[in-house]
Design a protein around this ligand. Structure first.
Ligand SMILES: [Zn+2]
Length: 428
């Protein structure tokens, strides 16, 4: 008979615990057939074996004439002690009460020399009961043949499926509620299921796929993902524009957009206030939005882009346009400006979503005033040079000056006066 239990071994002579605390063990009892003696008789020897994770082969104890004591007072609580004479050790057993009772009865029968079904175990080569394995937390699939046919363990926290030509992310993956890290780089994904947005992912690696083909970003709007995602890798996906929903991932610290076809970054990027690393190398950027100055980035990598020089045409038209007339800002814009400039607290319960969007994402004039770009002519492409005040580590190709896009709030703004001055210098 074998039982799964917890055992603590105590040496009665030294009073030392061989195991400092109860450990998961298997306790077995049965007869061991001895070799034939000179008369051709075999003797059966009753033995008990204790298997622990430390002693996998088992510690053997003789039972006949070797039992020092058996304490069964707390057997109904699932506790008992069996003491042996040689070695002078006590086994302090914790176990399911019914199993323990059965085991002690079997021991009693054995001691009385009776033959019981429970004793017909070949104790000589018995082994420990396999313990329930630990829940699987990580899985890495590098070959198609490794893809689990019977599904993924529900306990997974981290899943990597790389370079196996995966064309579809299965719905099942989107139901792994414990998943925090997902890496599906180097596949052929064109679409991410909306349901992925319901997972509390902190790290998501999607590099070297084809998400720019369909440009479906619904999954980015998932509330769980928006609240949890810290690291996102969308490099090498053929993206032709910056997915607008990306700026709603307000927890994002690292964003990798290397090796795509982006020609500009949106002003709304200033919403990513936690962002510390922004990788946009090897794209087609012609300029950067002035909003890059509002971020708190430590590392900006814009190496290998197509930055263009000062845009005199844009400056000329803007100076003329703003000089021609001045229209007062609409009331809703004025309200948003007040909230923004006074840094008033707001939340989704106190302000309509459209105003929150305006306050967090709309471009700001160089003077700090919120603007609202109604038409693309409001945006001045490449007319100032960013100072990169907050950026600690900037990587760019030095043969190109980087100019940034700005917006100017009106003809009575100091930024307009500066621009006019600069423009006059340039044309004189
Ligand atoms: Zn202004």
């Amino acid at each position: 008979m074998k039982i799964l239990c917890e055992v603590q071994v105590l040496n009665r002579t030294t009073q030392a615990n061989r195991t400092p605390r109860p450990v998961k063990s298997t306790l077995a009892i049965g007869y061991k057939q001895s070799a034939r003696d000179s008369n051709g008789n075999t003797k059966k020897e009753l033995e008990m074996v204790l298997f622990t994770p430390q002693v996998k082969a088992g510690t053997r104890y003789k039972v006949r004439d070797n039992i020092h004591c058996v304490h069964t007072k707390f057997v109904l609580d699932g506790k008992a002690t069996i003491g042996f004479k040689q070695p002078a050790e006590n086994l302090l057993i914790k176990c399911d009460p019914i199993q323990l009772k059965g085991f002690l009865q079997t021991l009693k029968l054995g001691m009385e020399g009776k033959d019981a079904i429970n004793l017909r175990l070949n104790i000589a080569n018995t082994t420990a009961i396999p313990q329930k394995s630990q829940p699987q937390l990580r899985m890495t699939i590098n070959k198609r043949s490794e893809y689990p046919i019977k599904g993924f363990p529900r306990t997974l926290k981290s899943l990597t499926i790389r370079n196996i030509q995966l064309v579809k992310l299965s719905f099942e993956i989107c139901t792994l509620r414990n998943l925090t890290t997902l890496d599906v780089s180097g596949n052929k994904l064109t679409k991410i299921p909306t349901e992925l947005g319901r997972l509390p992912l902190t790290t998501l690696h999607l590099s070297d796929n084809a998400l720019g083909e369909l440009n479906d970003w619904c999954w980015l709007r998932g509330s769980k993902l928006r609240e949890s995602l810290v690291e996102l890798d969308l490099s090498d996906n053929g993206l032709s524009y910056f997915p607008p929903a990306l700026v709603r991932l307000e927890r994002l610290v690292t964003l990798n957009l290397n090796h795509n076809n982006l020609s500009h970054l949106p002003f709304a990027i200033r919403r990513l206030q936690k962002l510390r690393s922004l990788h946009v190398s090897s794209n087609k950027l012609e300029s950067l939005p002035a909003a890059i100055e509002d971020l708190h980035i430590d590392l900006l990598d814009v190496w290998g882009n197509c930055f263009k020089g000062f845009n005199m045409e844009a400056a000329r038209t803007q100076v003329q346009r703003l000089a021609a007339g001045h229209t007062p800002a609409p009331l809703w814009l004025q309200a948003a400006r007040i909230v923004a400039s006074h840094k008033l607290p707001f939340s989704e319960s106190t302000l309509p979503a459209i105003l929150i969007e305006l306050i967090s994402e709309a471009p700001k004039c160089l003077c700090g005033k919120l603007c609202y770009a109604l038409e693309s002519r409001d945006l001045l492409k490449r007319v100032t040079q960013p100072k990169f005040t907050n950026i600690k580590n900037l990587t760019y190709s030095r043969e190109h000056q980087i100019y940034s896009d700005i917006i100017i709030c009106g003809s009575n703004c100091c930024a307009y006066q500066q621009l006019k001055g600069l423009f006059n210098i340039l044309i004189s």
